[in-house]
Design a protein around this ligand. Sequence first.
Ligand code: SAM
Length: 284
Amino acid sequence: MELWYTEEHTDDVHFSIKVDRLLYSGESELQRIDVFHSKEFGRFLTLDGLMMLTEKDEFIYHDMIVHVPMATNPDIEKVLVIGGGDGGTVRELTRYQTIKKIDMVEIDEKVVEVCRSYLPQTAEKLDDPRVELFFEDGLKFVRKKKDEYHLIIVDSTDPFGPGEGLFTKEFYGNCYKALKEDGILVNQHESPYYFNYANSMRRAHGRIKEVFPICKVYQAHIPTYPSGHWLFGFASKTFDPIEDLKEDRWNSLDLKTKYYNTELHKGSFALPNYVKELLESEDE
Ligand code: SAM
């Protein structure tokens, strides 16, 4: 008997991974949580039947969501992570000795509990003394903050269910307010390729652009996400991710990264024409 995990990327496109074992399956108050083991991708976590991460390709997502802003401003000391319950983003952040405090706001405590038990590869640094965990809605959490963070990373699920509020103009406005005057906001920005994802990405970009003076998009190849072509948003009050890249400073830190490097940093902001057109087109 063969067991396959199948995810609907569109009504007409399915993506499947052959599974050897189901390691965990449960429901929190908010979502269904599953952890599988597969030969090709190792362990992987899905929420409500959508891929969050696999042991084999999570380095791409976590390198890009963390090292791009950190190489733009290596003086970042206080960071807020919204979502990110698997711990991968926090793990990469803790590699910077210069970071003094990391607040992580995850709406679903059960995700963290499951990841601590089944995904130590990403959850391993959640107990770093600089990390403080809050289990509440990130949308509400940022409303209470003002002029507090150098960097906010939105490592969320897609814009439906609990993640929906994290793609609204109100949320981006509150992030702006919660950031210090040289603050940076990075978010997972969906995929440009399939219609539904492309629409979410375009809408999010339009809203961020209304709030932040500098607003760019960069890309990475993530094999297990829909279409494999994934985007990240970089918004800031002062820093331009290319002009202000501190290439020599970042390289002198000598951090070993499997995906990110400063050449790729610059190149990742060069977007295909169809993506540029989508980002410039009116919100529908
Ligand atoms: N890398 C992943 C991706 O792009 O598919 C995201 C991984 S991480 C597991 C996403 C987390 O965001 C989930 O654990 C989910 O519970 C959390 N989340 C969703 N909505 C949230 C909200 N409003 N506030 C805080 N966390 C939220």
